[in-house]
Design a protein around this ligand. Structure first.
Ligand code: MG
Length: 275
């Protein structure tokens, strides 16, 4: 067969168009992410990088910690009876729904936070994403545990729900995906055990100890003393430009999804040889 110049041009066009279509299809199958965000310092990924590998999925066992009574020296933050330890972030009373021993994000009720601030601590809480799946990626079962309202451990329905890995359940938002995906299906109660160390600054406002966190999700470790690069904004790198006391309140995020929380308590870490 002899190719005319016109056939050659058509062939080249055909190849170009089909390779473009294939690229578009490949992009569809990847995690949803952003490409217009800065590189994360010290990493090869940018903030909310959809190309970043998704953590592998781990099937967790029945968690022993569900609804276990708190230890005797715990500060109980929510025992299912009232919201007396919480206020609305930005002012006012906490207006989340209270029912059947859990609290649930009510429409337009805003994030809530503890009235008190705490030094370094061990926090236990349980959460459930909505049983009825609605939305996808960041729009599905989104909430968060934010130390001092600024350092987020992401809460998301990450059960068969692709999103950018630094925004999936258990991520240090915009910085570090969890080591694995230990999420349970929608509507099933899950546990977080979070060990938190506050950041410290010197008298000149220079950070001398970065915040770090250990996160255990449904009995499986997601982070071990992982440092925060600073606060956890959307689509930006965090920083330590705003010094605060070496204590933190705990905020639970209203991200427009009817998320549920129960059995919330913490223990202060204390110090060795100081009973
Ligand atoms: Mg969130």
């Amino acid at each position: 067969m002899i190719y005319s110049p016109r056939m050659k041009t058509s062939f080249i066009l055909f190849v170009a168009v089909s390779s473009l279509l294939n690229t578009a299809r490949a992009a569809d199958s990847k995690n949803v992410g952003y490409s217009d965000t800065p590189i994360i310092p010290g990493q090869k990924w940018h903030v909310h990088d959809g190309e970043r590998p998704a953590p592998r999925v781990v099937q967790t066992g029945e968690s022993f910690s569900h609804m276990a009574p708190p230890p005797s020296d715990a500060i109980v933050l929510f025992d299912g009876k009232d919201l007396s330890k919480w206020v609305r972030s930005g002012g006012g009373a906490a207006a989340w729904k209270l029912e059947n021993g859990y609290m649930q994000v009510a429409e337009k009720s805003g994030s809530i936070q503890t009235k008190d601030r705490f030094g370094d601590f061990q926090l236990h809480l349980e959460f459930a994403t909505p049983a009825k799946v609605d939305g996808n990626s960041q729009g599905r079962g989104n909430s968060g545990v934010l130390m001092n309202g600024t350092y987020e451990v992401q809460v998301l329905d990450s059960y068969q729900n692709p999103t950018y890995p630094d925004g999936q359940c258990g991520a240090i938002y915009g910085q570090s995906p969890p080591l694995v995906n230990a999420s349970k299906p929608p509507g099933v109660w899950q546990s977080y055990d979070i060990i938190w160390e506050n950041p410290r600054w010197d008298e000149n406002g220079k950070v001398i100890k970065k915040a770090n966190v250990t996160v255990i999700h449904n009995g499986v470790i997601l982070h071990h003393r992982k440092e925060y690069q600073g606060n956890t904004p959307h689509k930006e790198n965090g920083n330590y430009n705003n010094p605060h006391p070496s204590t933190a309140f705990i905020q639970l995020q209203d991200h427009n999804n009817p998320m549920r929380f129960r059995n919330v308590w913490l223990r202060l870490l204390g110090e060795y040889d100081k009973p």
